[in-house]
Ligand binder design. Structure first.
Ligand code: UD1
Ligand code: UDP
Length: 358
């Protein structure tokens, strides 16, 4: 009897990626367990996603919590190692690019347990991003690599990974988006937030934008310039909250800073927005499929397909306000391309490969 398939989640964006894979494997009768590392925790960064995405309570919550990169990665590494020794899974499935992903993959690889990486091959080629290091290392040690876009397949090939280990399957995060589309109620979001004109949704949490006072102050200046044109609704990730408050984010009357929202509430708000301003990876992808113009405040993206086949555009803090003005003038696009295989069936394709391999 092979052991179970073990899924590891750590942070908020892991849940919409894991949910369709978990569901598709359940439909195929595969024995599986969900392990949460505890990197993200609490109602709004964890529980709400299980509830809204029909994921079961994790079989194990390792409760590692917050910490420096080394402390958090090390805590996941040792906790996952113990668990792997106890459960001896047939396969460990990791998602995305967070610290929990690389740590769990490393623990498994050292024990000779096969690792599958969902969302492999994305590259920003920017090693100042912790996520880029996590991606490169995870892909290096994974046995099976599931890619969301052709550029990711090409990067993995260029890095010498054998073609028969790489599977272009589409995007499971988009499976989740399409599965829940009917629940994203823009009118309800408008009513709940008292919005009666065009509005912009913003999410900001990248260290390069929010960690250092000078960057954060410049960012706040740019967001205020957007708020001079339209209401800005900003469900704020806990990471930069105090820093952004200290440099004046909350002082503009048309900037509404909220707690992080549940998945359904957040995407309801996004669906009705004239534009989204973000530094999130997942939000670049979701706006691409929803056809909401996305302005990404970053010098690069590991998701270029959202620019070539979507609504995304890279902006700087200096160009943001003018870019928003242009979007407000142009209105929402009527038609737009979407990336190949972002069709709601990635989880099924991933499960088919996993079933063949375990
Ligand atoms: C992490 C990921 C990032 C991802 C983001 C998704 C890494 C290196 N980074 O960044 O790639 O885009 O999650 O949201 O893994 N905190 C809370 N409550 C929580 C979680 C965090 O208050 O539930 C606060 C803590 O002060 C913590 C800080 O946020 O120190 C940062 O959390 P952490 O998980 O280390 O990184 P994120 O910035 O969330
Ligand atoms: N999200 C959410 N509530 C919010 C902000 C984001 O549910 O208030 C969702 C978003 O729709 C996407 C995921 O969280 O599914 C993206 O996570 P995040 O931006 O934290 O991480 P990244 O994708 O940048 O790693």
């Amino acid at each position: 009897m092979p052991g179970p398939v073990l899924h590891v989640t750590g942070a908020r964006p892991n849940f919409p990626k894991a949910a369709p894979v978990y569901r598709a494997l359940a439909e195929r009768g595969v024995s599986q367990q969900l392990v949460h590392t505890g990197q993200h925790y609490g109602q709004q960064m964890f529980d709400v996603f299980l509830r809204q995405l029909d994921l079961p309570r994790p079989d194990v919550d390792l409760g590692v919590g917050s910490g420096s990169h080394a402390a958090q990665t090390a805590a996941v590494l040792t906790a996952v190692e113990d668990l792997l020794l106890e459960r001896r899974p047939a396969l460990l499935v990791v998602y995305g690019d967070v610290n929990s992903t690389v740590a769990a993959a490393l623990a498994a690889a050292k024990l000779g347990i096969r690792v599958a990486h969902v969302e492999a091959g994305l590259r920003s080629f920017d090693r100042t991003m912790p996520e880029e290091i996590n991606r490169v290392v995870t892909d290096r040690i994974a046995d099976t690599l599931f890619a969301t876009s052709p550029d990711a397949v090409a990067h993995l090939g260029n890095e010498g990974i054998a073609a028969d280990r790489i599977h272009l399957v589409g995007n499971p995060m988009i499976d989740t988006l399409l599965a829940h589309l009917d629940r994203f109620d823009a009118a309800k979001a408008r009513a709940e937030h008292g919005l009666d004109g065009p509005y912009v949704v913003a999410t900001l949490h990248r260290p390069a934008n929010v960690d250092h006072p000078a960057d954060a102050a410049e960012l706040v200046h740019a967001v205020h310039a957007v708020a001079d044109q339209a209401d800005v609704v900003l469900p704020l990730h806990p990471r930069g909250r105090e820093r952004l408050r200290s440099v004046g984010l909350f002082t503009h009357p048309r900037v509404r800073v909220l707690e992080p929202l549940g998945y359904v509430e957040f995407l309801g708000l996004v669906r009705g927005a004239e534009a989204v301003v973000t530094d999130s990876g997942g939000v670049q992808e979701e706006t691409t499929v929803l056809g909401v113009p996305c302005l990404t405040i970053r010098p690069n993206t590991e998701r270029p397909v959202t620019i070539t086949h979507g609504t995304n555009r890279l902006v700087t803090r200096a160009t943001l306000a003018a870019e928003v003005e242009q979007r407000l003038r142009a209105g929402r696009p009527r038609t737009w391309p979407t990336p190949p295989l972002w069709d709601g069936h990635a989880g099924q394709r991933i499960a088919d490969v996993i079933v063949r391999e375990i």
